[in-house]
Ligand binder design. Structure first.
Ligand code: GLN
Length: 363
């Protein structure tokens, strides 16, 4: 069935529908990953967004039972040049199209994704809607212009109640703003005793759990939409070692007095080079963010920049100079993407260990 993608600037692309045939709107963003579509489609950080893949053939290894980063797809729509008609992999359980249909996510293929990506690069991310091919694009564009982007994504994807992933190692409270399973997997691999809590959990309630460290997860939307979480992180600073990932990094920066701003089109993909300013080493990272910490806002704070993106020089890592706390804008848990940065979880554990020793020597 022919379908249409309409952007708020009036641009329209006609393609062939796959997945669900419902109409869906969202912020249109692009991802440069060549593989890892199942992980990114289920990454809760994409909640409310329509994702266009710059790699031209998507779906060729189907959908399997081990690549989900959350229980269901989070995206509002998928745009591709070509969706594979002959997916093949020994773990394949269904096709991308069947799976998206089950979860009511529309897809559209046959789109000139290079042209679309260039529009997004020039104008910044745009609101868009997948509609029927005969809809009037200017009417849809007018409607889109008036549509305020959603602000409630974190409350939609965060866990509703606390749960545990028990282990015999250090106790870590993972604050769930829409956490990817990969983060939990890295904790379980290290035998941590993890308590996963909803995003509105107060600092008081987090500290009552006696954590050795607190991990602030990734999550969708603007970090400033959850001011209560910024206050919580502020209260936790200096009381317990902190590690922030992506949205967690942005909340850590805001809680330390810095500012975040929206980027023109963000970073999304599995091939973003980052420089570690302390070691001088480069890593290839997995990224998915549309906001960034404003460098000028670090003046007067106790934050030090530890990592920078090679492509555009934006901040990719921070560390607190007084308290045991650090963060990265990218995804050390990969899922999808390279495993170059998994040592950051070990760094967090070392921070927890030395903090314990310091606490013991002060007692
Ligand atoms: N993956 C994330 O945690 C993304 C953080 C935030 N929603 C952003 O887009 O910048």
């Amino acid at each position: 069935m022919k379908r249409q993608l309409v952007l708020e600037n009036g641009a329209s692309f006609i393609g062939e529908g796959f997945g669900s045939s419902s109409e869906m709107k969202g912020e249109v963003v692009f991802n440069t990953g060549m593989t890892g579509y199942q992980e990114l489609i289920t990454d809760p950080s994409y909640c409310g967004q329509i994702v266009t893949m710059t790699y031209p053939l998507i779906g060729n290894y189907g959908i399997n039972r081990s690549d989900n980063e959350s229980a269901r797809p989070s995206i509002s729509g998928l745009i591709v040049k070509e969706v594979s008609k002959t997916p093949s992999h020994w773990q394949k359980e269904k096709s991308l199209s069947e799976w998206l249909d089950e979860y009511d996510v529309p897809g559209i293929e046959g789109i000139d994704t290079r042209k679309l990506t260039k529009i997004i690069r020039e104008h910044g991310t745009l609101r868009g809607k997948i509609v029927s091919a005969d809809a009037d694009p200017s009417a849809v564009a007018e409607q889109l212009k008036k549509w305020p982007l959603p602000t409630d994504q974190i409350s939609r994807v965060s866990t509703k109640s606390a749960y545990v992933a028990p282990g015999s190692g250090a106790r870590v409270v993972l604050v769930d703003f829409g956490a990817k399973q990969g983060i939990l997997r890295e904790c379980i691999k290290r035998n941590l005793d993890v308590v996963i809590v909803p995003y509105q959990t107060s600092a008081h309630d987090i500290l009552k759990l006696n954590p050795d460290g607190v991990l602030l997860s990734n999550g969708p939307g603007d970090p400033k939409e959850v001011p209560e979480a910024i206050d919580t992180v502020h209260e936790l600073l200096g009381k317990v070692p902190l590690f922030g990932i992506c949205l967690g990094h942005q909340l850590f920066a805001l809680a330390s007095g810095a500012n975040t701003v929206k980027m023109r089109f963000g970073h999304r993909g599995v091939n973003h080079p980052v420089k570690n300013l302390r070691s001088g080493k480069f890593v290839i990272t997995s990224q998915n963010h549309g906001f960034t910490v404003e460098p000028e806002s670090l003046v007067g704070t106790d934050l030090e920049i530890t990592h920078r993106a090679i492509n555009d020089g934006t901040i990719e890592g921070l560390r607190h100079t007084k308290y045991p706390a650090f963060s990265v804008q990218y995804h050390p848990e990969a899922s999808p993407g390279p495993d170059d940065s998994q040592d950051l979880f070990d760094e967090f554990l070392s921070m927890i260990e030395s903090n314990k020793k310091e606490g013991a020597s002060l007692a």
